[in-house]
Design a protein around this ligand. Structure first.
Ligand code: AHR
Length: 336
């Protein structure tokens, strides 16, 4: 009797082990072994930075829409621009054992530990939009997004090629103020670097003030007010790391009794509809495109990863430069 009970127990354990193995191994997610009914949706955990800009809102919409269209089950988390919230979200995704994790890291550093946890749990990680600074490159599979250094260079090149100066004598220095993005973020670091690299070729171009506006309109306005208070009409050029800060700064310039786009030449980055409207109104001189439409590329990569296929280490978005002269014609074609 004793032996019989043991036999039943051992048979049950063996059956359970076999069942578990069949569920966890075998066919990759999203790929059907037999009929279509057996297909399991891929579960993607996505940690978004927040809703700090028009760009970010468009990016969120594109990720959500692309996931739905690709039949991928999306677990979406908004970090409200805080790294600790993103780390919590990533840990939650690991605990839930999602198939793939994707995230847009608010800052570059401080990710090693949580990414090691994802790796230990065998969950592949894809970065979208922004980069991380980690010593172990195997902690993520791919980065899908823009070349931010090149965006900064494009802004610098436009300035060197097109600066004619407002209605005043510009034989001397060209005084630039810079509104930086979020401190420690890849776009703020890289855009600053690319812009500085280009203007360094002409010693007349000088950055006289540079401060973060955290990629938001409200902070862009606040910091521009402080720049104007300190420098007044000495300011010739504003380089804003995104359109939202430029739009906030435009308000500050108008409230100070100056003409944005004329008294102060304004260069920004993103290419959101708000920037095109500002250019049509003559208040912004140029926007360097940074595309938030990353959803479809991300979902294709997620499907490949879930199916065990290799994906490129770096997928760079193609982007243009839109000066104000093109704005009216281009605006109707803009998707964000
Ligand atoms: O990481 C992309 C940047 O983040 C965009 O330029 C900005 O608008 C956003 O908030």
């Amino acid at each position: 009797m004793h032996n019989f009970t043991r036999l039943v127990r051992e048979t049950l354990i063996a059956t359970t082990v076999l069942l578990l193995a069949a569920c966890s191994g075998g066919e990759p997610r999203g790929e059907s072994a037999g009929g279509a009914n057996e297909q399991q949706p891929i579960v993607l955990g996505f940690s978004q930075i927040g809703a700090e800009s028009e760009w970010r809102t468009a990016n969120t919409t594109w990720v959500q829409t692309a996931a739905a269209e690709a039949g991928i089950k999306l677990r979406f988390s908004d970090a409200q621009q805080k790294q600790e919230n993103q780390i919590k979200a990533l840990r939650a995704f690991i605990a839930q054992r999602v198939d793939v994790i994707a995230f847009s890291p608010v800052v570059e550093t401080g990710w090693e530990t949580v990414l090691r946890e994802a790796k230990a749990a065998n969950i592949p990680v894809i970065l979208t939009d922004r980069a991380v600074d980690v010593s172990d490159q195997s902690l993520y599979l791919s980065l899908i997004g823009s070349d931010f250094v090149e965006e900064g260079r494009k802004a610098g090149r436009w300035l060197l090629e097109h600066f004619q100066g407002p209605a005043k004598d510009h034989t001397g220095d060209v005084n630039i103020v810079e509104l930086q993005g979020t401190v420690g973020s890849a776009p703020a670091n890289d855009r600053k670097k690319g812009f500085a690299e280009i203007i360094a070729s002409d010693p007349r171009f000088k950055i006289i003030r540079s401060q973060t506006g955290d990629f938001t309109r409200a902070k862009g306005k606040e910091v521009m007010e402080a720049f104007l208070k300190a420098e007044g009409r000495r300011i010739d050029v504003l380089f804003a790391h995104n359109d939202d800060m430029a739009i906030g700064a435009i308000q500050a310039i108008e409230e100070a009794g100056m003409k944005p786009g004329t008294d102060i030449i304004i260069i920004s980055i993103d290419g959101v509809k708000g920037a095109f409207e500002a250019m049509i109104a003559g208040k912004l001189n140029v926007t360097v495109e940074c595309s938030p439409l990353l959803g479809p590329q991300l979902m294709a990569a997620v499907k490949d990863v879930a199916a065990g296929r290799e994906i490129p280490r770096r997928i760079i978005t193609e982007e243009s430069v839109f000066p104000k002269e093109t704005a009216a014609e281009v605006l109707p074609t803009r998707k964000y």
